[in-house]
Ligand binder design. Sequence first.
Ligand code: HEM
Ligand code: NAG
Ligand code: NAG
Ligand code: NAG
Ligand code: NAG
Ligand code: NAG
Length: 551
Amino acid sequence: MLILLVPVLLLAAFAVYLLFIVQHFNPLRHISGPPVRSLFGNHLSAVLDPRRSPTVHKHFVEKYGRSVRIRGVGPWDDRLLTLDPVSLAYILKNSTHYEKPWQSRRLISSLIGLGMLSAEGQIHKRQRRIATPAFSVQNMRALIPLVYRKADQLTHRWRDMTEEKESTEWTTVDVCHWMSRATFDIIGLAGFDYNFNSIQDESNELFLAYKEMFDKVINNSTFWGTLASVYFPTLFNLIPNQRSRIIERCRAVIRREAGNMITEKKRKIAEGQQSGKAYQGKDILTQLLTSNASVDIPPEQRIGDEEMLHNINTFMFAGSDTTSLTVSWTLHLLAENPQMQERLRTELLSVSHSMLPLNFSELTEEETQSIYAEIAELPYLHNVVREALRLIPPLHSTLRVATQDDLIPISSPLRCKDGSIDPAKTLRISKGTFVHVSVEAFNLDQDVWGKDAWVFNPDRWDSLPEKVQEQPGLFANILSFSAGPRSCIGMRFALIEIKTFLFILLTNFVFQPGPTPIDKINVVLTRPYLAKQFSKGSQLPLRIKSVVRSG
Ligand code: HEM
Ligand SMILES: *[C@@H]1O[C@H](CO)[C@@H](O)[C@H](O)[C@H]1NC(C)=O
Ligand SMILES: *[C@@H]1O[C@H](CO)[C@@H](O)[C@H](O)[C@H]1NC(C)=O
Ligand SMILES: *[C@@H]1O[C@H](CO)[C@@H](O)[C@H](O)[C@H]1NC(C)=O
Ligand SMILES: *[C@@H]1O[C@H](CO)[C@@H](O)[C@H](O)[C@H]1NC(C)=O
Ligand SMILES: *[C@@H]1O[C@H](CO)[C@@H](O)[C@H](O)[C@H]1NC(C)=O
């Protein structure tokens, strides 16, 4: 009897501790934040749902200041929501004191393994060091022609669809779906010289395995199911469930196919060394293998086959939907703003080569490079891209955890729970506390960007308010690619893809909104859905028509 009672009592004591006691030891208890209305009430959906979050963040700043205490999954999980650029810069810069929490890392690892996105500490450092040269300006430039070829292929598919109709009629295409296929193809070729060929048809086994794992599992999981799989993975996997069965099956296909690619690549590189004619592969995998073999990397800093595989998966995951969503949202914004669309098209058509028949397979590599060099410099295109990335960042927010007790610098007054102002210049945080980093909140801050911060206005980039300079961010003082040592490694490549696709698509097609309004929903990334029709899945139907060109 006693044997049974002891664990039950311990468990009950632990529950009481979690539910009622732990929060009283959290130094955040002194600072102000929105009320929690029930034992398991929380603010997660308020800060994570893009349909509500801009208003919520604005209200928080007005009422509680820029350092806000919010409630996570339960009473033991009071978090810091920082809307202060000085605190944010400090947190993102110091990636050893502010790590990604093990919970989110485990969730990512269960899908794509321990690659750069989910590794921490020495493992991450080693992987990032090997990968950095692979993402150099020069290596990214070498990938430009393949991006053109894929944009061209997509154009031909869409042309076939529009040409079935009278030239005055519009054709509806799900831009999001097609762009996702295109960016998948591109990261396949750019990443490891593998053609999924999914713009042509979606039948490749490896393509389907990735798609199934990323889409079905992610868009179909419940909050508590996901939480259970993170906290009790072994138990969760013991219970037969569709989620783990799908992941298991997909991972097996990926392991087999990607494993073959690594073997094949190594063979080609070795062959090149033997014959004296170095292998000329331009893909990231070749660069990673070369980088791993470089003499300036100490032996303990090299990475093995398993880690290589995890990073291939990581590039597939981090580098496809992020980019396709950016292009899709940009086209959506341009469809809603026809004058801006026309102005951009005029600028794009001024690129000297675009009067050539737009069949990029006929261009030499040098010609493609020189066209891109011109495109990259176009001022209005650059404004449109920055503005779209600012207004709808694909990654809505991210999470960090303090690995030790710390004092975080702040630049605006700290408001206490009792309404008084704390004169301290720092904010106390204890080890294990989560920091909610809202990318969107910084991008949309009206105190920084001006009263029209929530409006799509590419021209703002020609005369930015001075305060913008103080915003941290890897790119253009926006947080869309994050900042600091854990910021996006693929930013340059993403910009090449985004600008090339906008160039080719807008010089070939006119875009109009579809009949149904579009909702932004955060399903790992901010995705488009038909308003109030979540169950129909993510989509962005736009109406397109061929551009009629004079001359
Ligand atoms: C518009 C497109 C993209 C956006 C908006 C974007 C955004 C981001 C953001 C916000 C992070 C930080 C994640 C966090 O802190 O939780 C990140 C990390 C990362 N991104 Fe991107 N990304 C894009 C495209 C790409 C591409 C094309 C690649 C690869 C080819 C890529 C590879 C990565 C990797 C490997 C990381 C992890 C870096 C690390 O932790 O060291 N991304 N990205
Ligand atoms: C991170 O923060 C800690 C504590 O404030 C400090 O000791 C350390 O030097 C910082 N590291 C970096 C890279 O700024
Ligand atoms: C996904 O949703 C469908 C329909 O609601 C359901 O039948 C299926 O079991 C779900 N799959 C997973 C993995 O939850
Ligand atoms: C990286 O280099 C080490 C040491 O030369 C080697 O053992 C390892 O297999 C290499 N990794 C890959 C993926 O080839
Ligand atoms: C584009 O050019 C290539 C090479 O000349 C040719 O094979 C291909 O059929 C052309 N495509 C179109 C749609 O004209
Ligand atoms: C999940 O994605 C699939 C394929 O894109 C779609 O058919 C399904 O309706 C989506 N489910 C939800 C709940 O969004």
